[in-house]
Design a protein around this ligand. Structure first.
Ligand code: RFL
Ligand code: PHB
Length: 390
């Protein structure tokens, strides 16, 4: 087998990269080790920045997003007794959309299987090889158990945090990594109940952070800060709803409860690996970096990476110019660090550490955001997504 760009991993990063390259006449093959059903059912992110929405629409995979996605003009910041709305269009001229990552992935998979390049599910033993040479290849075993070799011009490692690509880059390029495991976790639920607020509510509470989000007019997505050692078996639906009711309490407002259809505990990590390239192997998305979800950045960062990477590869493979490929890692990392900082800052502002000084500092910052347009604008600009080359 031969292709121009061999793509490892069919998450949002790999699927969108394949789509963007196809539109510019570049051949790809996408290799995914899970099944289509598994990839389409993984519950993850839910907030899309304006740039992400525009990219999906321009790539011809935004029809359902435009019909079913919920445009949001802001978020609510809450601390005891106060719920304050930030108006994003007024603060920075941009907004965000609620549309689940599961739906983004379904739309990209459907487009790829309809008229796109090959997308092979349930492959195994995937190994990028000879990425320092001009003729790299990917070895893998196909779904029928037959060993295969995919010869490529370039390999894209979009295989997420636990993939096989990053170790090859780190070892080959003598790279470095930065990592922090935050001392908090989120217990996340999906519930068949209409959202209790029109837009997301980020709530500081003495018991810990809580976030009210949604997936549709009839499905709520809610999160509760818990200790990372908590076990999901110890959290009955009633215990979860009680915790959420306490942390969102506000006079004259009520949290609607309903059947919980999914629940899990998510660890929170900041991680950056640099450089994002070795030879002809390029990393994008969670393969290179992880942010805690408080800033809603993970999926958006993956989309920003592959937008830059697609431009770089088109220039290289159609015009023979390597300038954008040579600067890809530095340009992507500048944005990665901005998002890593913003996600860390949102995380630090909302999560209870148990320390009273921390609590007063957090409340002071929240009051500032609720009273100063300058402070609110900084949050709004980062939350809705800074320009691509930031
Ligand atoms: P993905 O989505 O992890 O996709 C990587 C794909 O590569 C496949 N793969 C391989 N394929 C072939 N060979 C191998 N050796 C392979 N190893 C792995 C995997 O099966 C998978 O299909 O990475 P991508 O495309 O970079 O997309 C990034 C986003 O998925 C991620 O940043 C966000 O979902 C992060 N994230 C969240 N972000 C938010 O902004 N808000 C959230 O609420 C939120 N919740 C989450 C999350 C990430 C989670 N993970 C990774 C634990 C909740 C969870 C549980
Ligand atoms: C979500 O809806 O899953 C979500 C929204 C905002 C966040 C994190 C997760 O900051």
């Amino acid at each position: 087998m031969r292709t121009q760009v061999g793509i490892i991993g069919a998450g949002p990063a790999g699927l969108l990269l394949s789509r963007l390259l196809q539109l510019q006449g570049i051949d790809t093959v996408v290799l995914e080790n899970r099944s289509r059903e598994y990839v389409e059912a993984r519950i993850r992110a839910g907030i899309l920045e304006q740039h992400t929405v525009q990219t999906l629409v321009d790539a011809g995979v935004g029809d359902r997003l435009q019909r079913e996605g919920l445009p949001h003009d802001g978020i609510h910041l809450q601390h005891p007794g106060v719920r304050h709305h930030l108006d994003f269009p007024q603060l920075c001229g941009r907004r965000v959309w609620v549309y689940g990552q599961t739906e983004v992935v379904k739309d990209l998979v459907a487009a790829q299987l309809d008229d796109g390049p090959p997308l092979l599910f349930e492959v195994s033993d995937v190994r990028p090889e000879d990425v320092e040479s001009d003729a790299p290849r990917i070895r893998f075993t196909d779904a029928d158990g037959v060993p295969q070799v995919l010869e490529c011009d370039v390999v894209a490692g979009t295989d997420g945090f636990h993939g096989v690509s990053r170790p090859v880059v780190t070892a080959g390029a003598g790279g470095r990594t930065w990592e922090r495991t935050h001392p908090y976790a989120w217990l996340g639920i999906l519930a068949d109940v209409p959202p209790s607020a029109d837009e997301l509510v980020y709530s500081w509470h003495p018991d810990g952070f809580a976030l009210l989000s949604m997936r549709s007019p009839s499905v709520s997505r809610l999160y509760l800060q818990v200790d990372p050692t908590e076990r999901i078996e110890d959290w009955s639906d009633d215990r979860i709803w009680d915790g959420l009711t306490t942390r969102f309490a506000l006079d004259g407002w009520e949290l609607r409860t309903g059947p919980v259809t999914e629940k899990s505990i998510l660890p929170m990590r900041s991680f950056v690996s640099a450089p994002m390239r070795h030879g002809r192997l390029f990393l994008a998305g969670d393969a290179a970096h992880i942010v805690p979800p408080t800033g809603a950045k993970g999926l958006n960062l993956a989309v920003a990476d592959v937008t830059l990477l697609a431009q770089a590869l088109v220039r290289w493979l159609t015009e023979g110019q390597t300038d954008l490929a040579d600067t890809y890692s530095d340009r992507a990392l500048a944005r990665v660090w901005r998002s890593t900082h913003f996600s860390w800052w949102m995380t630090s502002m909302f999560h209870r550490s148990g320390d009273d000084l921390d609590a007063e500092l957090q409340l002071s910052q929240l009051r500032r955001l609720c009273s100063s347009e300058t402070a609110a604008r900084e949050l709004a600009e980062n939350y809705t997504g800074l320009p691509l080359d930031t």
